[in-house]
Ligand binder design. Structure first.
Ligand code: ATP
Ligand code: MG
Length: 556
């Protein structure tokens, strides 16, 4: 795996400290971590943090990582998601030791539940969900024992088997762990282990009509696989005593749970439920819309795996929730693209330039990447009729405008210096073309190459230019934390998050662009080819601007 930058000796994060201590104490010979996505949506940049952490630990300490689909909720899951998750993890550059499914453990989990019943540590409860919730008490008041809590082991075994056999309707009965209704930890007040759900499962079909709850399935799956370090996000801190309780009572492999802060990124939402709403309500074009914080969206937008791994590395692993500025993610992709992107000239909003003292045609040479000492070069056609960017000309320039204006000179990138002699306008007074003259010998290597001008601008030869559609993206939400705003989070969508330039004029070399290539459209931003490209139309996505312009816009 190629890393962007070898960071100098960094201090260990708190999970690395734990792992090193465990290895030193000989608690484990090898570590085994897991990444446990629920296949109910596409992976997002928050998951990438967890992936980089779990796989990164294993790589660093010579261990392994399992990919375990946490597919215990039949209603929301789908094989489409399973495939996309695998694709995204591989794209990030990681390979799992084993591909596993919590649903493969349904039989074992059922046996574990029976074992707890036999120990008098689980019971079937006929109460409704409202009654159970009411009986739980509050953090300051103890809960009340359910009237079914003292059922005999035999009765519980019989009822649980009947639940499994489909004798009851959804919600009619549940299986609960018998822990402690007065515990100050609400999670320990007889949590539900199994519920009845007559639903088809994407892998087990109709074999089951009872499904284990997260708390009962997760830790047990960890133990079955001999996971050493089970890393999850902070919401699960209060679940840890229950995680340990099940493992202790069932006498299973002592997997241990550790919690870190989930990644929150501003100007976006990260919950799969919310992302699904955006997709279903067609507020974006799909899970891979380039404005989405999903890995498939970021990939389509032009983000590289290296940039995302660098980002994960830079944000580190915290014990406290925080909000990361999306400009850090943008910094990471610029950092990488600056080094690998091929420079190309593309005019977004054309203004015609006619070079009156130039005839014929020639090819000029331009370097593909000045950041690369071994850069390759390409040839560009130069001719008397060019397009430049309309914003690079001003008829009445303000003081610090150094680009083209009547009587002034600029350099055309990798070509000649030109001077603006005459402004051509239409009947409405709109500038339609500039008549210019070029300075012979002002190209690199020529006798006038060293003439000083204050600006260099990009251009394309009109006769040779190709056209392409450009999609310029901005943040999907106007609000820094859309989920925290009052009302519906979707009310905070940025109406200007996509700007389309129907036909920009590009140098002809871009005709050969491939999907894996990354480009810097000089002075404009980083771009990549979009999958909507067809035989008759090229489409490019702007991955990121060259500089952080957002801060400026916001101040204005
Ligand atoms: P969401 O709330 O987005 O649906 P989730 O936690 O339900 O996320 P899972 O598929 O259950 O999604 O998550 C798989 C793993 O990724 C879990 O270990 C989870 O802790 C981790 N994860 C999910 N979101 C983030 C995040 N924002 N930052 C860090 N880790 C995350
Ligand atoms: Mg989850």
């Amino acid at each position: 795996m190629t890393e962007i930058k070898k960071e100098e000796e960094k201090s260990l994060n708190f999970i690395e400290e734990i792992v090193e201590e465990d290895l030193r104490a000989g608690r484990y010979k090898n570590i085994l971590t897991r990444f446990p996505p629920e296949p109910n949506g596409y992976l997002h940049i928050g998951h990438a943090k967890s992936i980089c952490l779990n796989f990164g630990l294993a790589l660093k300490y010579g261990g392994k990582t399992n990919l375990r689909f946490d597919d215990t909720n039949p209603v929301t899951e789908d094989t489409e998601y399973v495939e996309s998750i695998k694709e995204d993890i591989r794209w990030l550059g990681f390979e799992w030791a084993q591909e596993l499914y919590a649903s493969d453990y349904f039989d074992k989990l059922y046996q574990f539940a029976v074992a707890l019943i036999k120990k008098g540590l689980a019971y079937v409860d006929d109460s409704s969900s409202e009654e159970i919730a009411a009986g739980k008490g509050t953090p300051t008041e103890p809960g009340r024992d359910s009237p079914y809590r003292s059922r005999s082991v035999d009765e519980n075994l019989e009822l649980f088997e009947a639940m499994r056999a489909g004798k009851y309707k959804d919600g009619e009965k549940v299986l609960r762990a018998k822990v402690d209704m007065a515990s100050p930890n609400m999670q320990l007040r007889d949590p539900i282990m199994y519920r009845i759900k007559k639903a088809h499962h994407h892998r087990t079909g109709d074999a089951w009509c009872i499904y284990p709850m997260y708390d009962f399935a997760h830790g047990q799956s960890d133990s079955i696989e001999n996971i050493t370090h089970s890393i999850c996000t902070l919401e699960f801190v209060s679940h840890r005593p229950l995680y340990d309780w099940f493992i202790e009572k069932l006498e299973l492999f002592p997997s241990r749970q550790y919690e870190f802060a989930r990644l929150n990124l501003n100007y976006t939402v990260m919950s799969k439920r919310k992302l699904l709403q955006l997709v279903n309500e067609k507020l974006v074009t799909g899970w891979d819309d380039p404005r989405m914080p999903t890995l498939s969206g970021l990939r389509r937008r032009g983000y590289t795996p290296e940039s995302i791994r660098l980002f994960a590395d830079k944000i580190g692993v915290q014990k406290r929730d925080n909000m990361i500025d999306v400009s850090l993610l943008e910094y990471c992709i610029r950092e990488h693209l600056n080094r690998i992107a091929a420079r190309r000239m593309v005019v977004f909003d054309p203004l015609k330039v006619i070079i009156t003292n130039y005839t014929g045609e020639e090819r000029v040479k331009s370097e593909d990447n000045p950041e690369d000492p071994g850069t390759t070069h390409r040839e560009l056609p130069f001719s008397p009729e060019l397009y430049i960017e309309r914003e690079d000309f001003m008829e009445i320039p303000p003081k610090k405008f150094f680009r083209l204006s009547p009587g002034k000179m600029v350099r055309l990138k990798s070509a000649y210096i030109i001077q603006c002699d005459e402004v051509v306008k239409d009947a409405d007074g709109r500038v339609t073309a500039l008549k210019c003259s070029y300075i012979p010998g002002s190209k690199t290597g020529g006798e006038n190459a060293n003439m000083k001008v204050q600006a260099t601008i990009h251009w394309v030869s009109i006769a040779h230019a190709i056209t392409a559609e450009l999609r310029l993206y901005d943040r999907l939400f106007k609000a820094e934390d859309p989920s925290r705003e009052e009302g519906d989070f979707k009310d905070n969508i940025n109406p200007d998050s996509l700007q389309v330039i129907g036909a920009a004029y590009a140098e002809p070399s871009l005709k050969k662009a491939t999907f894996n290539e990354r480009f810097q459209f000089m002075r404009k931003g980083y771009f990549c080819l979009d999958k909507d490209t067809s035989e008759d139309k090229m489409v490019f996505n702007r991955t990121v601007t060259l500089k952080d312009t957002w801060a400026k816009v916001q101040k204005a």
